[in-house]
Design a binder for this molecule. Structure first.
Ligand SMILES: Cc1cc2nc3c(=O)[nH]c(=O)nc-3n(C[C@H](O)[C@H](O)[C@H](O)COP(=O)(O)OP(=O)(O)OC[C@H]3O[C@@H](n4cnc5c(N)ncnc54)[C@H](O)[C@@H]3O)c2cc1C
Length: 391
């Protein structure tokens, strides 16, 4: 295989979605290259599978609403389960923030998102400690998806429409001539191509650097603690997030077995440790257990005494951009496109991302949604976006 119209570097959920959406538009000379032996071994296989439209910026809300509709209506079952996201405010200031952002979410089409009182929160999640919670917000369309199923759905759909996928191919650099992409260089040889999409997750910056572009994507380890609660979790437990410090927990699902195999006592918790330095480390560091446990048992005393399931605890990489928003679209090198910097939201935004990239490559711009605010130029122009609700 030495030629393709579009080469996509990275076989995670984002690369697969771009391939799917290109192929769906009739552009089937698409080649996805993944350096690992199998697909989904990057961040996609580590994700917890949360999906929400409770964001602050219009672009995040719009990408989410589009993607939630996609997950719901897709003919492929990605195990979308709208159990909701419950955001907890610890101060009137945080509650005002939820009220303001909730109003904007409704204006943009999010039906049903609403503020909840302390008493309502207690009723929604019996046993939750709400003594330091002044209220919150609940998004009923937010919920869970299976990241590996989303990946599979895109891959199957792309392959059925003619896209090709190769694993075990390490792309070393992108080659250009007179400011335009001509090929990519792999460990095994050169592949000629007209377009290249960098969808290599946390590892993308090095590829952009091969054509002299500073792609501001930084890897950051994120750890997931998996445990068994002493009793079955409250029924219909949503994702519960403390806005104060980002601690969150949800029912745990073993994605390799699917939602059907869900253990009613299995719980996942996570906390964005502010001391974690940027790195490519993906080993699970047990020193996080005490820090997460302290927050878990404070917020949800019914989790006290949970048994840690060490073999299911894991760590993966967030691919952070400076303003915690994706970097989508082309650049000064003709034929080179980015689908990067998802900052922990790449699975939930994968449908909107794939469609946006397909439209940008084939039509010059995305028409289903204006994603121009996500162009890489915003960093040089100082037009960074501002989102506070990231975890
Ligand atoms: C613990 C954790 C929890 C998360 N939870 C959520 C969540 O609840 N919801 C959500 O939406 N997101 C979540 N995320 C973020 C989400 O996983 C990522 O945003 C998403 O998976 C990014 O997809 P991707 O395809 O861009 O990257 P990846 O899945 O990392 O795929 C990139 C691929 O590129 C390959 N690659 C890299 N370099 C090369 C090269 N030179 N040549 C060939 N191949 C290469 C890699 O091997 C990798 O497979 C979470 C992340 C972590 C770590």
């Amino acid at each position: 295989m030495s030629k393709a119209e579009v080469v996509i570097i990275g076989g995670g959920v984002v690369g697969a979605s771009v391939a799917y959406h290109l192929a769906e538009r009739g552009c089937s000379d698409v080649l996805v290259l993944e350096r690992a032996a199998s697909l989904g071994e990057g961040s996609t296989g580590k994700a917890t599978g949360g999906a929400r439209a409770q964001f602050e910026t219009d672009i995040n809300i719009q990408q989410s609403l589009y993607s939630l509709d996609f997950f719901r209506d897709w003919d492929f079952d990605c195990e979308y389960d709208p159990k909701g996201y419950l955001l907890l405010a610890a101060s009137e200031r945080q509650l005002a923030y939820l009220s303001r952002t909730g109003e904007r979410q409704i204006e943009l089409g999010y039906e049903g998102v609403h503020l909840v009182t302390q008493a309502e929160i207690e009723a929604m999640v019996p046993g939750l400690n709400v003594s330091d919670v002044v209220g919150g917000s609940f998004g009923p369309r937010d919920g869970f998806i299976n990241p590996l199923a989303v990946l599979e759905g895109f891959l199957v759909g792309a392959s059925q429409r003619g896209a090709r996928v190769l694993t075990g191919v390490d792309v070393r650099k992108i080659a250009t001539d007179k400011g335009r992409v001509t090929s990519i260089v792999t460990a095994d040889g050169v592949i000629e191509c007209t377009n290249v999409v960098i969808a290599a997750g946390a590892w993308s910056a090095r590829l952009a650097a091969s054509v002299g572009i500073d792609l501001p994507v930084t890897p950051l380890r994120r750890q997931i603690v998996w445990a068994h609660a002493p009793e079955p979790l409250p029924e219909d437990l949503p994702m519960v997030i403390d806005l104060q410090d980002g601690f969150h927990f949800r029912p745990a699902i073993d994605f390799t077995h699917g939602a059907a195999a869900q253990d009613p006592r299995a719980v996942m918790f996570a906390w964005p440790d502010p001391e974690e330095p940027p790195s490519f480390a993906t080993s699970f560091d047990e020193s996080i257990l005490d820090k997460v446990g302290e927050r878990a048992y404070h917020r949800a005393p019914f989790l006290a005494g949970s048994k840690i399931i060490y073999e299911k605890c894991r760590a993966g990489l967030y691919e952070n951009s400076p303003d915690h928003h994706a970097i989508l679209g082309g650049c000064e090198v003709e034929g080179l496109y980015f689908a990067n910097g998802f900052s922990g939201h790449g699975v939930m935004h994968s449908p909107a991302t794939g469609r946006a990239l397909a439209e940008i490559i084939l039509d010059g711009e995305a028409s289903f949604l204006d994603v121009s605010s996500l162009h890489i130029d915003r960093f040089a122009k100082g037009e960074l976006l501002h989102e506070t609700a990231f975890i």
